[in-house]
Design a protein around this ligand. Structure first.
Ligand SMILES: C=C(O[C@H]1C=CC=C(C(=O)O)[C@@H]1O)C(=O)O
Ligand SMILES: [Mg+2]
Length: 463
């Protein structure tokens, strides 16, 4: 239920304790307030004193940041129909919750943050033992920065036996800590060792894939590789996120914690965004480096636009996304040809997709239809996922899976978790991949993945 008249927190907590007793089940409350403009990195940093479970999301193309701290409720699923299952639980949670929100801004109030593994049939083995197949968290405390405005949401699952004053004190102490404004000095990781995982075997696999494609087994497959780093000290998440956000201004910046490990990344690739039933998706595939000067940069861009191998990589993605969107949208707009999308160290082929989502469909329905697109899996979809599962040496875990958020007003966005790293206590695994088609050259694909790994590598002290 949404309440627009906002009572004092004492009253809200008391009401929830009574309701929990009456109904015989915990009662979720969500209270939103506008606060002074708050720096998201400082907030993220201070939050570790409260709870290690922190999530970070920064949009690539608007001033929109979410920082989640702690967990009021987690929604998990390892089911084959995990997107639907998560949606069903989410609907139930929303129905039962009491939301006190006078602002009605997107990304405030009841919001879920989290992500999904690439492939539910791959087991959660090292280094992914702490990451379930799907994990969406309603944080206890959520900072929402939208343009110049900041909002703080407090979500609490109230139990019948809870003590009103204890809860109120706990919330007030947490708010004071999170909003205190100071920032401790944080340090970037000191890397002591770098290990590329079997680069020669990886190139042989790319070569094999081109042959399997020529033989008609499949049309395209995205193959990823891993680099492992060792650190001298435990990493400080806020420093990593801050540096990544600075260096990758055109990318989504994300971080999700599970079991004390952080999955972090800077990805340029949106999977899908929905706001007021308006849908935006992105076809991003086909890659060339940036030039050393304007002339070379432009020449590379033109080369990319006219290169048959890169165009083929890209066109598979457009075709698949078009089909998926046509099944649940109208007013679909997709330009005939891609344009060049420059990032700090490389350029991609880019085709935007806009449409209106038909009534009755949700963001998660579209995620279920799209994941994985041929920019992450290949073509045909199921064959390429099977191929990856049986041939790729690494355990993808959440690499290339959907990562993002949604709120209780049918707004939300998912990106694909590429150019990412899983950070453990004293080390990290970094991941990047590339689209392999029949004309792919293993050495060139190796170099392309190297360029994609570079920004994360340099933030983590590896170069
Ligand atoms: C799979 C990745 O990139 C995809 C996204 C854009 C361009 C790609 C490419 O040109 O190969 C990939 O399809 C990755 O960075 O890990
Ligand atoms: Mg490529």
């Amino acid at each position: 239920m949404l309440h627009t008249k906002i009572p004092q927190i004492e009253e809200i907590v008391e009401g929830a304790i009574n309701k929990a007793a009456l109904l015989g089940e915990p009662q979720l409350i969500s209270v939103v307030k506008q606060i002074d403009k708050t720096n998201s990195i400082s907030f993220l940093d201070r939050a570790h004193k409260l709870d290690e479970h922190r999530s970070y999301w920064r949009s690539a193309d608007e001033e929109f940041v979410l920082v989640g701290v702690g967990s009021a409720q987690k929604i998990l699923s390892s089911d084959q129909h995990r997107f639907n299952e998560i949606e069903a639980v989410w609907n139930e949670v929303q129905q039962k919750a009491d939301v006190f929100d006078p602002h009605h801004e997107k990304g405030t109030g009841l919001v879920c943050l989290g992500g999904f593994s690439f492939d539910t049939e791959q087991d959660n083995a090292y280094p992914w033992e702490h990451f379930p197949d799907s994990q969406m968290t309603i944080p206890m405390y959520l900072l929402t920065n939208k343009g110049n405005q900041s909002y703080l949401t407090t979500n609490i699952l109230i139990l019948e036996e809870d003590h009103k004053q204890q809860i109120v004190n706990q919330v007030e102490e947490a708010h004071a800590l999170l909003l205190d404004g100071s920032r401790e000095e944080t340090q970037l990781p000191a890397c002591t060792d770098i290990e590329e995982i079997e680069p020669e075997e990886w190139k042989l696999l790319v070569d094999k894939a081109t042959n399997d494609i020529k033989n008609g087994e499949l049309e395209k497959v995205v193959l990823a590789r891993e680099i492992r780093l060792q650190f001298k000290n435990d990493i400080e998440l806020a420093a990593v996120i801050e540096k990544l956000a600075e260096s990758q201004s055109q990318s989504y910046i994300f971080s999700v914690e599970s079991g004390g490990h952080h999955f972090v990344g800077a990805t340029p690739e949106r999977l899908v965004k929905v706001e007021n039933q308006e849908l935006v998706s992105t076809c991003l595939a086909g890659t060339i480096p940036r030039g050393r000067d304007n002339e070379e940069d432009h020449r590379f861009g033109q080369e990319l636009l006219n290169d048959p191998k890169n165009r083929q990589e890209h066109d598979f993605v457009v075709k698949m996304i078009r089909n998926a969107v046509e099944a649940c949208c109208y007013d679909i707009e997709i330009p005939e040809k891609p344009v060049v999308y420059p990032l700090s160290n490389l350029q991609h082929l880019y085709t935007p997709v806009t449409a209106t989502l038909e009534e009755g469909y949700t963001l998660l329905d579209v995620v279920a239809r799209l994941h994985p697109t041929p920019a992450l899996g290949g073509m045909p979809q199921q064959k390429s996922v099977d191929y990856i599962r049986s041939h790729e040496a690494l355990n993808r875990g959440w690499y290339a899976g959907p990562i993002g958020w949604f709120d209780g007003r049918n707004n939300g966005e998912f990106a694909v978790a590429i150019r990412s790293a899983l950070i453990r206590e004293d080390g990290a695994s970094l991941f990047a991949g590339c689209g392999v088609v029949e004309d792919s050259d293993p050495e060139a694909e190796y170099v392309e993945t190297g360029v994609k790994l570079k920004p994360m590598l340099s933030v983590l002290g590896g170069s």
